[in-house]
Design a protein around this ligand. Structure first.
Ligand code: CP
Length: 317
């Protein structure tokens, strides 16, 4: 595997899930695979889980790790080509990327959607520049349109908790005061569409996702109807995708906040969220603290998804 940015990069999903289960049994089984190999993790945006779980995964494999927070201590980077650099950014990404590539064997990049230009975000300009100019295998630690390490961990978690072969999984929009990217819901939809689960997306009108990510999922605008008999409820906020509303918050209707009333119509569903989560906006205290909440095992599986991905990238060096 030379890069990891989407579900297709794993090729055979079943074998990746099997590998994840084996690594979970013994996460140090390959602890010399990464000896004398260096992982560079580059953050254009904040993180808790991705930073810690990916660093832990690298250490499981015996790698050295360098972490660079672009906004804390590094030169501010210009990302647009053709700009006259007479402003506050003294270095261009097009020099910085190959320089960073000199110091490592594998690069992880976190770079969120900026919501200034939908084409710029959806063409994954920054992530693709790393792939093109670093000379190293690159993986996404959440880019503008996808968060594949999260989705892989989500899938591992559903496989561990499911009680039927084809569970009903419902991804529900929920309110949030800020405009959040579509990376997590896009990616979750992409990974669910790669399974044979019964997958439903529910959101208010105006929050339609890019159809290429929605794929074969059912879209149900009536949230309570969508949640009926669900085995898993995956809550997430996202900003609008369509037209002039791209990147906007259109409503904060708290009737969409996942509460006990919502969970009552499900098949005693498990509650999932990628975290961080705003309590009593996305989900009530009672639901996230309930026995059916699996947000912590879901976060724990980020170490497993990252270990599988890094192992495969090291094996391709
Ligand atoms: N879910 C997730 O990616 O968490 P962080 O933003 O804290 O890394």
């Amino acid at each position: 595997m030379k890069k990891f940015t989407c579900v297709e990069d794993l090729h055979n999903l079943q074998s990746a899930l099997q590998e994840a289960a084996e690594i979970k049994q013994n996460r140090f089984k390959f602890d010399s695979l990464g000896k004398n190999k260096t992982l560079l993790m580059i953050f254009f945006n904040s993180s808790l889980r991705t930073r810690l779980s990916t660093q832990k995964a690298a250490s499981n494999l015996g790698m050295n790790v360098i972490v660079l927070d672009i906004n804390q201590g590094a030169w501010q980077l210009e990302t647009e080509r053709g700009v006259i650099m007479d402003g506050d950014k003294p270095e261009h990404l097009l020099e910085a990327i190959p320089v960073m590539g000199c110091y490592c064997d594998i690069i992880g990049v976190r770079s969120f959607a900026q919501f200034k230009d939908r084409d710029y975000d959806y063409n994954e300009v920054i992530l693709n520049q790393f792939i093109k100019y670093s000379g190293k295998p690159v993986f996404s630690m959440e880019a503008a349109t996808r968060h594949p390490l999260q989705s892989f961990a989500d899938l591992i978690t559903i496989e561990e908790y499911k009680k039927t072969d084809k569970p009903k999984v419902v991804m529900s929009w929920a309110p949030h005061p800020k405009a959040l990217p579509q990376a997590v819901p896009n990616s979750f939809a992409e990974w669910m569409n790669a399974t044979d689960y019964d997958f439903v997306i529910t959101h208010p009108k105006g929050y339609e996702l890019d159809p290429s990510f929605v794929g074969k999922a059912k879209v149900e605008y009536n949230q309570m109807k969508a949640l009926e008999e669900a085995d898993f409820v995956y809550a997430k906020n996202w900003a609008a995708y369509s037209g002039d509303n791209y990147g906007k918050v259109l409503n904060m209707d708290r009737s969409w906040t996942i509460s006990e009333k919502h969970m009552a119509v499900t098949n005693n569903a498990y509650f999932m969220h990628c975290l961080p989560v705003r309590r009593n906006m996305i989900v009530t205290d009672d639901v996230i603290e309930s026995n059916q909440s699996i947000v912590i095992p879901e976060a724990a599986n980020r170490e497993i998804s990252a270990t599988v991905v890094l192992k495969r990238l090291i094996e391709s060096l």
